[in-house]
Ligand binder design. Sequence first.
Ligand code: S3P
Length: 198
Amino acid sequence: MAEMQHPHPIKQRLGGRNLYLIGMMGSGKTSSGKPLAKQLGYGFIDVDKVIEELLGKSIQSIFDEEGEVQFREIEAQVLQNIGQRHSLVVATGGGVITKSTNWGILHQGVVIWLNTNPEQILNRLSSDQNKRPLLQKNNKEAVFYSILKERQALYSEADLHLNVDIEPPGEVARMIIEKLPSIIRSPEDPAAPHTTSK
Ligand code: S3P
């Protein structure tokens, strides 16, 4: 019989609050979100995947056929539905932070920024472009850096800033769990600071 994995003690302190992983395309939100959810005894949900299932087409086709503005509307609706649920690790799309109304939902949970080394991301993305229509350009690197520059201040609104380099996803999950106690607000400690971690 498979061995039962006991949820981490931090689960109780989270009180069902969702954990939202934010960060640039290719920062590992999905790959590290899965082991994070497993270790916490949380569910896992990938916003882009939900959008693709809902519309029955790929992110690329949604951008091609409906455009980015429409994609952002659908993304916001999906996030709103997810916000009604609890005990989830949510891998968001890199642009979710650009719509101010999305922050109302994100801040009901705990927001974690995977601040990954841009060079590592660009390496990773060169072999996987399927769901990154924004980078389907000749000057991919320049576009990537300009998007990052536009979004950096928004990502830094996260409750936890985690600097990640080439750590495997399970290690990123472990680093997040290690840092969570420092940012979880309890009734006696209502104002938790932003925490930067390596
Ligand atoms: C986007 C990121 C993608 C996807 C879409 C737009 C962005 O998700 O939502 O291509 O604006 O950064 P990932 O961050 O999972 O690549």
